[in-house]
Design a protein. Structure first.
Length: 172
């Protein structure tokens, strides 16, 4: 970790909450709202989230699995996400979510008419905006935590986690 965290302080709560309280609390609320307010299906949500985690290398995000109504994606889902081009485990929406996450992160200038034609055949405009905002959240905050070395101590300040716990996100 490159940030000097006072002894006894939680690294994420300190960096996100105390060091930059105006920005960190707002970022935390945005991050949590992606989970709390999504309308996307669990598989496409997790395909995009995990692809960003794979590209960021965020230890916590790679280990995390979103739970909805007691359901999580199956074991091996993350491997399928890494192989999104060739896996037989995905329907077209899930494959497109993983592809979009990768291209958003690595080749946003290459999002051409052919891609958008496929995307709009399977996603509404509102879903595309929601997926874009979700990917942006994961990309920015997962990358921030990874770069600063906070990804092994992930605690989101300012509210309940997506799993409903206060502050700490549970790993799978």
């Amino acid at each position: 970790m490159i940030i000097d965290v006072p002894e006894g302080k939680d690294p994420i709560a300190y960096v996100w909450g105390e060091m930059v309280p105006g920005i960190g609390a707002a970022a935390s609320r945005f991050s949590l709202s992606v989970y709390a307010n999504t309308t996307l299906g669990l598989r496409e949500f997790e395909a995009a989230r995990l692809r960003v985690a794979q590209l960021n290398g965020c230890v916590f995000c790679l280990d995390w699995r979103t739970e909805r109504d007691g359901q999580k994606v199956e074991d091996g889902f993350a491997d399928a996400v890494a192989e999104w081009r060739t896996t037989t485990a995905f329907d077209e929406r899930t494959r497109l979510a993983a592809e979009y996450a990768e291209r958003y992160a690595l080749d946003h200038h290459g999002l051409d008419e052919e891609f958008w034609s496929r995307m709009t055949a399977h996603y509404s405009q509102a879903e595309i905006v929601e997926l874009s905002m979700s990917i942006g959240s994961w990309w920015a905050f997962g990358r921030l935590n990874r770069v600063l070395g906070l990804d092994t101590a992930c605690v989101l300040p300012g509210g309940p986690s997506p799993a409903g716990d206060q502050h700490r996100l549970e790993r799978r």
